[in-house]
Design a protein around this ligand. Structure first.
Ligand SMILES: Cc1ncc(COP(=O)(O)O)c(C=O)c1O
Length: 367
């Protein structure tokens, strides 16, 4: 099978698995225990934390179970801490469900949420964002890269803007970390990361932050400075540090993305959904009048694994909220498939996808 669904999850790298196994075998003691083995586990945990702080250019790291938990903690933890300043939060309509649903829960508790609309390319209007800010706005939450179509939000520009207004900025970097460069001079205040999207492990992630105080949303024995109760998984932390140290942008992704954009644009009734300038590892395309599921299963028969717009929404029958928000014409709405590259993707995989798509297209269209 040729795996081109790396935005849903990635294959763990061997080095990451080795780091996990070694830490599990040798440093299995509870890092909160007072004995020598506990101290050794704690040292390893803190060394992983230090590496990650340095890599991400952030002052503090809380280890989480993944991107969803990091987003929950960032939003609810900040809202609880800063509600004395105001109860207004700004986000965009195309954010991940872990952000949108955390904010919906906050609305139930009296917070007010502005969801910025997006244009046909999934882009927000920065002036509209500026106009949405109020004296009681405490937080803005935006993703760096959209998981379904790859749109990049201008987070450095927004970070600068919000810093001047002293509004906290959270960025869901799950789809961008290790793939796009960050401008270290204008980092957001909070950053969510997931291990399994960067050839790390499922069930691992972190929230990195600087200059912000968070309140706990999960209570336990005071671990992670009281912010996230529960025994910390030292092997997960070590494996995450390893995965992020190994992750780096791959210039070939841009080349393959261009090749595929050109390739798909030559088919009658095929629309490139991802905008020009989107993240190079994600390409969403749609075939007029054909359901995404038909394309996915047709390609699967050819041993190519791609997905409909996102893994989270692919099992639901509804059109994804991102596809709805960008106003894709009706005849394309149900036909979106997402191709996403990872560190193990090769030139041969791209050629195989092209040949397979030609065959599937001919069958579907009867040409
Ligand atoms: C942009 C984005 N944020 C958050 C998440 C959730 O991450 P996790 O699967 O680690 O909970 C995902 C996963 O699809 C994502 O794509």
């Amino acid at each position: 099978m040729i795996y081109l669904d790396n935005s849903a999850t990635t294959q763990p790298k061997k080095e990451v698995l080795d780091a996990f196994v070694k830490a599990s075998e040798q440093f299995y003691a509870n890092p909160a225990s007072l004995h020598v083995m506990g101290n050794q586990a704690e040292d390893l945990l803190e060394s992983a934390r230090s590496q990650l702080k340095e890599l991400l250019n952030m002052d503090r790291i809380v280890f989480t179970s993944g991107g969803t938990e990091a987003n929950n903690l960032a939003l609810i933890g900040t809202a609880k801490s800063y509600q004395h300043r105001g109860k207004h939060i700004v986000t965009a309509a195309t954010e991940h469900p872990s952000v949108l649903n955390s904010l919906a829960a906050l609305e139930q508790q009296g917070f007010e949420v502005t969801r910025l609309p997006v244009g046909h390319h999934g882009e927000i209007d920065v002036d509209e964002l500026k106009n949405s800010l109020r004296s009681d706005t405490i937080l803005v939450s935006l993703m760096h890269v959209n998981n379904e179509i790859g749109t990049i939000h201008p987070i450095s520009e927004i970070a600068r803007l919000l810093k001047k207004r002293r509004i906290i900025f959270h960025v869901d970097a799950v789809q961008s970390i290790g793939k796009l460069a960050f401008d270290p001079s204008s980092m957001p205040d909070l950053l969510s990361v997931s291990g399994h999207k960067v050839h790390g492990l499922k069930g691992s992630g972190l929230l990195a932050y600087s200059g912000v105080e968070l309140q706990a949303i999960q209570y336990g024995g005071g671990q992670e400075s009281g912010i996230r109760g529960g025994t910390v998984s030292v092997p997960n932390a070590v494996a995450l540090a390893k995965a992020l140290r190994l992750a780096k942008p791959n210039p070939l992704h841009l080349q393959w993305n261009k090749t595929l954009r050109q390739f798909f644009s030559e088919f009658d009734g095929v629309k490139i959904v991802s905008p020009e300038g989107a993240a190079p590892h994600i390409l969403a395309v749609a075939v007029k009048g054909i359901k995404g599921e038909i394309l996915v299963s047709g390609l699967q028969k050819e041993s190519i694994i791609v997905s409909t717009s996102s893994a989270c929404s692919s099992k639901s029958r509804d059109t994804s909220h991102v596809i709805q928000a960008i106003g894709l014409p009706r005849e394309f709405k149900d036909g979106v498939m997402r191709i996403s590259f990872g560190a193990f993707t090769t030139e041969q995989d791209i050629s195989a996808l092209q040949s397979a798509f030609q065959r599937v297209y001919r069958i579907i269209k009867g040409v």
